[in-house]
Structures are given as structure tokens and as C-alpha cells.
Ligand binder design. Structure first.
Ligand code: 13P
Length: 255
């Protein structure tokens, strides 16, 4: 399937896998995806796995990413990790504003905006997550919620900065629930995201922007989801935890 933009298949392992489980995963996964060079493949493990993962991925077609970071360079921020600390071990992609950060850890749009700006000023690629809750969707507020998250999350950024961002649309009600959004819902939301970015940053940036879908992506639905015009990749939780399953997703294999 020919895509306009280079696809990005990203695994978000959340709070799963120890160091030895990560190593075991890679010993199988790297072989399963070896030679794939027409798409980007990314794994985001927990912090304790990152350093070793970077070493193990060296020379492969897979990149490691962080699931979160703080926006300050250093200081008295117990429990936090800075952009410089990630860069120091070779990480330059970071997920920002995941719905679990927003809902469980109460991150708001203002904090997320600071993290995105900080990532960009450090030359990193933020994977900026947005998405509506079930209540918001049922109340007909989806467009309003997504527009607000985009406007506030990207506030103060220049066009050149927006150029470096990847956006992940993850409807909260589809995360970890087994309920995937319908293809119509996904395409509609992704179109809206691209239209808003076009208004903010112009045609070129909107056309080049990669928008990932996340929420119960699995081998059985990835091919259909990836066939949508405005879907440029996937951010995968549960189905990325087994190497065979994520390798099939990377290949858009539905059987
Ligand atoms: P699931 O694929 O488990 O629904 O998780 C999606 C997600 O939150 C990825 O960031």
C-alpha cells in the first residue's frame, strides 16, 4: 500500500517489561522486521530499559523513544527526567501528553505545551497525543476537544517547529478497551487534525504532518486503518507487547 507520507509504527509499552523481558523481545523482534526500510519503527519502553535498548538497537531499523519527560533542563524535580538526560543516552523522540498522563497524572494542556516546546528546542521529535473521552464524544464535543488540544498544545510554536511534530490521535474510549474507533470516525478525526494544522501552519506543513492512530490497533485491523487517507501510522499499546504481533502490525499483516 503506497502512502503519501512515510509510515511510522510506534509501540508504547507503558509500564510493562523488565530489562530482561525487553532483551528477550528484541532478540526476536529485530529478526522479524529486519530489512524493512520503507517505514519507521519505534519502541517506547519504560525509562529503566531505555539505555540498554538504545545499545541493542544500534545499527538496526528500529528506534527507541521515551514515553514522557519533564520540560526543565535540571533542578529539584523529584522523579522527573529531563530532555538532556534523554539526549545523553541517544533518545530524540518522546511521547508527550498521552491520555494516561492527562487523566491519571492530571497533565493539562499548559504543561503539555511546555513539554512540546522544550522537546523542540532540544531538537527532539515530540509525538503529541490528543483524543476525546467517551463522554465528550457522546456529547458531540469531539471536534471542539481536538481543536482545543491542538491549539493549546501547539501554542507559541513557529511553523518550523510544528514541522518536527508527529500527532497521535487516540480516542480515550478506544485505548486498552478492545473497542476500535470506526474507520469513518478515524478518518474524520484525522482530517480535522490536518485541517486545523493547515490553518495554524500552512499547507506544506499540514501535508507533511504524520498523524498516527492509537486505540486497540492489532494485526486484524491495522491494514484497514492504514488504508485511510489521513492515517500515517499507528501508536500501539497492548498488541505491541508480543514481538510477533507488533511485527505483523509493522507489516500491515491482517492474518
Ligand atoms: P492499546 O493499543 O492498548 O489500546 O493502547 C493504545 C495506546 O494508548 C498507545 O499509546
Amino acid at each position: 500500500m503506497e502512502k503519501k507520507r512515510r509510515p511510522l509504527l510506534a509501540a508504547n509499552w507503558k509500564m510493562y517489561k523488565t530489562l530482561s523481558e525487553m532483551e528477550k523481545y528484541l532478540s526476536s523482534f529485530l529478526g522479524l522486521v529486519a530489512g524493512i526500510d520503507d517505514r519507521d519503527i519505534m519502541l517506547a519502553p519504560n525509562y529503566t530499559c531505555l539505555n540498554r535498548m538504545v545499545e541493542l538497537l544500534n545499527g538496526s531499523n528500529v528506534k527507541a523513544a521515551a514515553q514522557n519527560m519533564f520540560y526543565q533542563d535540571e533542578g529539584a524535580f523529584t522523579g522527573e527526567v529531563s530532555p538532556g538526560m534523554l539526549l545523553d543516552i541517544g533518545i530524540d523522540i518522546v511521547i508527550i501528553g498521552h491520555s494516561e498522563r492527562r487523566h491519571i497524572f492530571h497533565e493539562d494542556d499548559e504543561l503539555i505545551n511546555k513539554k512540546i516546546s522544550s522537546a523542540i528546542s532540544h531538537g527532539m521529535t515530540p509525538v503529541f497525543c490528543i483524543g476525546e473521552t467517551l463522554d465528550e464524544r457522546e456529547a458531540g464535543e469531539t471536534s471542539h476537544v481536538l481543536e482545543n488540544q491542538i491549539r493549546l498544545g501547539l501554542k507559541g510554536l513557529k511553523n518550523i517547529d510544528i514541522h518536527k511534530i508527529v500527532i497521535a490521535y487516540e480516542p480515550v474510549w478506544a485505548i486498552g478497551t478492545g473497542k476500535t474507533a470506526s474507520l469513518e470516525q478515524i478518518q474524520e478525526a484525522h482530517r480535522l487534525v490536518r485541517d486545523r494544522v493547515r490553518e495554524l501552519a500552512g499547507e506544506d506543513i499540514a501535508e507533511n504532518l504524520r498523524i498516527l492512530y492509537g486505540g486497540s490497533v492489532k494485526p486484524a485491523n491495522v491494514k484497514d486503518i492504514m488504508s485511510l487517507d489521513d492515517v500515517d501510522g499507528a501508536l500501539v499499546g497492548g498488541a505491541s507487547l508480543e514481538p510477533e504481533s507488533f511485527a505483523r502490525i509493522v507489516r500491515f499483516e491482517d492474518n
